[in-house]
Structures are given as structure tokens and as C-alpha cells.
Design a binder for this molecule. Sequence first.
Ligand SMILES: NC(=O)c1ccc[n+]([C@@H]2O[C@H](COP(=O)([O-])OP(=O)(O)OC[C@H]3O[C@@H](n4cnc5c(N)ncnc54)[C@H](O)[C@@H]3O)[C@@H](O)[C@H]2O)c1
Length: 272
Amino acid sequence: MNYNLLKDKKGIIFGALDSNSIAWKVAERCHEEGASLILSNNRLALRLGEIYKLSEKINASVIPADVSDVSDIENLMAEAKKEFGGIDFILHSVGMSPNVRKNIPYPEIKYDNFVKTLDVSAISFHKILQVAWDMDILNERASVLALSYIAAQKTFASYSDMAQAKALLESIARSFGYHYGLRKGVRINTISQSPTKTTAGSGVKGFSAFYNYANAMSPIGNADADDCADVCVMMFSDLSKKITMQNLFVDGGFSSMGISEKLFEFYLEKDK
Ligand SMILES: NC(=O)c1ccc[n+]([C@@H]2O[C@H](COP(=O)([O-])OP(=O)(O)OC[C@H]3O[C@@H](n4cnc5c(N)ncnc54)[C@H](O)[C@@H]3O)[C@@H](O)[C@H]2O)c1
């Protein structure tokens, strides 16, 4: 269903790698709702991923940027300013941990990897917001989102240092949300999404256990990438103009659960 919620809005979407990416689904939904978009990813992803298929489909420019590199972000924002003038929304859909990739146990993580995890997955959000601030590129009541995970609040074995990255990401949304709110009514929020079958998601050890456990706990079941995209559209639209500095759980109720009947049955069965 198309409600034209983003008619005449201009946005930048970071992190569409392939058609499984959450950012991919968000870009498609934003386009359906009338937005004009710029897509960005790092150069390796532009070479190995499928972003150009998406850009053709939704008629969007692609501008490379490593989100940990401020000069790349400055170049991207300068191009965006040329193309669009001001920007109405940004999605940060980027995550990467060398410790997770190399399957290093949490008590043994390497600190150079840890710094990289925090830089790419969280501090990059501050870098994007700061460059946009310096260039004053965000329009009145613009909306900025980053994608998070409940490991920011609770421990999930094998999520490793990405848990710290998500906690930092959510904190940056609150801190910068204050300053941006005062400046132009700009809103900064994070969305805490259910486990979702994507390249980054599947890179976490035991991903199918995360996925199945959350699904069995959630009364409405896991949110998929399309569900997340719908919420992003709502958050980018004017309907959410007074929501800021929040972390919104899009998780079918998982975050409020203790134990579900499905899990009772699973463990009672084991006792037989
Ligand atoms: N999949 C899940 O289960 C899940 C759950 C909650 C939150 N998230 C979050 O959603 C976001 C998107 O992940 P996804 O699941 O769609 O996976 P994905 O692999 O499709 O997307 C991750 C993206 O990050 C990009 N990236 C990595 N390093 C980068 C860098 N230095 N510069 C620019 N881009 C870089 C990758 O190229 C890729 O496009 C991430 O923040 C992830 O942590 C995912």
C-alpha cells in the first residue's frame, strides 16, 4: 500500500548491499512513498554487492563512502547538497565487527578490532551527523535513523563487541538528538530490529538460534526487513514529527517478554 507519505522528500540511505539488506527494503519503500534518494556504501560493497540494480530500479544516484572516513562523508554530503539542496531524512544501516567476523571469543577480543567495530558501527553515526551539522544540510524537521539491536540492553552470547557498538549508537542518537532538536526540530532515533536474515545478521555465530528463539518468544513473531521498512517510512514522514531521542523496538513484542508458552512447551518436552 502506498500512502505518498514521503512525497517531495529527499533522503540518503547508507548500507544497501544486496536484496536481503534492511537498507535495500527501506530504499524501495521510501521510493514507493514518493521520496528521491541517494544510496551509499563503501567501495568494496559497490564492487561486490548489487547496489546498482537497486539504484536503476528506484532511479537513485550511488555515492561511495566509507562511513568511518570523514572526508568521504564530506564528499557525499557535498554531492547530496548539489543534487537535492537540503536533506529530509538519513538512514544509517551499517554494522561490522572484525571480532565477530573472525569468531574471536568475547574475553579474548583484540582491541584494534574493537576500535574498528565501534568506529564503523557507531562513531560513524556521529560523523555523519556532525558533517551534516557543519554543512547545515538537514531541512527543518528532518528525521535521522540508525538500526540497532536489543544486545545494547541485554547480553546475547556471540554478539560480542557489537553489543557495545549498539549501546553507543543509541546513546549518540540521544545526545545529538538534543542538539539537533533545538536547532531545527530535527529528530534522531534508533530502531531496534528483530534478528533478520541478511549478510550482517547471518555473520553472527548461531544466528538461527537468535532468530528462532526471538520468534518463539514474540507474540506477533519476528519483524522482517519489510516490517522494519514500514516503520522507517513512518519515522521519516511528518506523522512522527514529535518523536525524537528514542529507541523504538520493532520486534513483535520480544523486548517485553520473559518466557512464552512456546518456550514452556520446548523445555517441558525436554524434561520428559
Ligand atoms: N540482520 C539483523 O539480524 C539485524 C538486527 C538488528 C539490527 N541490524 C542492523 O541493521 C543494519 C544493517 O544490517 P543488515 O542486517 O541489513 O546487513 P547488511 O550486511 O545487508 O548491511 C550491513 C551494511 O554495512 C555496510 N558497511 C560495512 N562496513 C562499512 C563501512 N566501513 N562503510 C560503509 N558501509 C559499511 C555493508 O557494506 C553493508 O551494506 C546494521 O546496523 C545491523 O547491525 C541487523
